[in-house]
Ligand binder design. Sequence first.
Ligand SMILES: O=P(O)(O)OC[C@H]1O[C@@H](O)[C@H](O)[C@@H](O)[C@@H]1O
Length: 286
Amino acid sequence: MTRLPEPLTLTSPHGTGSVLSYGAHAVSWAPEGHEPVLWLSSRAHNETGRAIRGGVPVCFPWFGPGRTGDMEPAHGFARITDWQLTEQGEDGEGNAFAQFTLTPADVAAELRASFPHEFEARLRMSVGSRLRLELTVTNTGAETFEAEEALHTYLHVGDAQRVTVTGLEGAPYFDKVSKEQRTQSGELTITGETDAVFAHRGEVRVTDPALGRELVISKEGSDSTVVWNPWADEAVAMADFADDEWQRMLCVEAGNVMGSPVRLAAGESHTIAQVIEVRELPTGVA
Ligand SMILES: O=P(O)(O)OC[C@H]1O[C@@H](O)[C@H](O)[C@@H](O)[C@@H]1O
């Protein structure tokens, strides 16, 4: 294992972020004048071969243990593989961006064996007053394949027990904690270990009175929204989480996972994107 290098900094007049070629992993982002929007564990691993706890891991070509339930490494090999930096610059609208590419040639042979398909994955991170993350997967082989994918965004919140998540009302979801299929009734609050995969296409808002702001999370090309907070016991059990840090994070992930993988015929591409904006809450809401 080797220590990870410093991330690449993306600076625009409206916001600043950073990203590692390892995993094409967005590590930080904050719009000008705001607190960090992405959460990074104080105990995050910082070496090759291990996943980084925080920022935005890219899960691909499977999610969690995959649809067979026994795939390793968890969440696929993309987040523990070095991607190629293929483009970097300013987009003409005041945003700084970086683009990374992953092909099977970049992936260790023992990890590739579980996904023996030809593909190209491209991750573009664009930083300004908004954060845009875009993952495009192309089938560069001759046979159709299915893959799961997710932008596993860790949001920094002031107090997870006081946030409300709106936009998921009425959505069917698989509760990974109770292993039951349910339907979301009303807004979502975090009152215990939360690990839910929603069949959901729209926008989600995370209202965070402790930080006096709302995070507006929109997405494209995504049929699944995953919400995760490990709560106290699970966080204590994880070496890369400080015991009380679960109170200041919430994952809201844009994906195509479980029953909704991406299916690509030879030559086809698919793009999934997640966009985050920060809005101040009117004073008095906290
Ligand atoms: O510890 P990992 O592999 O980064 O995964 C963290 C969590 O990621 C979430 O997306 C999953 O739904 C959870 O089940 C999982 O625990």
